[in-house]
Design a binder for this molecule. Sequence first.
Ligand SMILES: [Zn+2]
Length: 396
Amino acid sequence: MDQAAVRAGAFAPGSQHHVLALIRSGVAQTRAELARITGLAPSTVSTRVDELISGGILEEAGNGRSTGGRRPRVLRIRADAGTVAAVDLGANHAVVALLDLSGGIITQRAFPLDIAAGPDRVLAVAAESVRVLVEALPPTQRLLGVAVGVPGPVRAGTGTVESPSRMPGWNQVDVGALMSSLVGVPVLVDNDSNLMAVGEFTMRAADAPNMIMLKAGTGIGCGVIASGRLHHGANGAAGDISHVRVTGGSEVICSCGRVGCLDAVASGAALVRQLHREGHEVADASEIVRRARDADPAVARVLRHAGRMTGEVLATTINFFNPNALVIGGQLGLAEPFVAAVRSAIYELCLPMAVKELTIDVSRAGSAAGVLGGGHLMLDQLFAESDEDGSALIAR
Ligand SMILES: [Zn+2]
């Protein structure tokens, strides 16, 4: 079930929000299905639907399957009634995308951007990139919200970055407020792994109501989907496996000041450092992936070790959480030796019952996972906050 469908349970039965959530999630497509699911009288459903159509948020799109009489009209969200933007900030690059109101990506672009340039510079570049993309759309398709993913912890329910490892100048910065002042619309901020988890979840929702998304890039972290919802934990630290201590990493000092953290031995940044120490010139995680494809033995060896360490940590979380799916994403997820080592560590170390239903898979959304998830979360928020007939969403 889609995130929106799960959220539908949070709305008053038969309210406009409920009707919109049922249509957005694909659970209901026609007035008859809406009446059956909500328990409302068909005339009441028709009134609600007509209001949403005249508000410009729903449209009728062809005919559905007949169950006897006339073929019913299919309802859908008017995709071109607006747009949301999603910005996925990595350590060295950014992906910026626009999505229509049905959650489809309209356009996206990726470019180098150094997160260490600080929040003012980075967010100004990101906001300008959003502006340029929106300008290319028809004027009716206005920007309604922006989601921002950052490669560090975000305090849940706020837009504030808290104690990030590789984001100098960002600690305690309210990214939501800063970005909102630049783009002039509501802004949602979350950790990049969390947004990737939601993005991947939109592509495999029915198969993976309980999912762990591993992002193994310059840094290493997880997003957690529990019972069909993004799980933040008490304050946003859920899924952050980067500072779990691992065996065999005891002498390496981590950015957090402790020794032997997973991030200090298995992240892309750690592998670059290790290869440097061994006399191999490697610029970043993407070069590691390229060299792995060329079967560079030194690179394959460090990737296998990193995968083993990561798999050991994930085995504990899989025994504990019993997910349907582990999805491996980020740059290192493109490197076969890393993925193979994660997989074998998990099958070796997990209880048979914990892996009986488990699918281990590489990311389907790839580099778009973060923007896809950010856009969907922003749409969930906008639809949940819109007025009863969706008018605020359109008039904003
Ligand atoms: Zn650490």
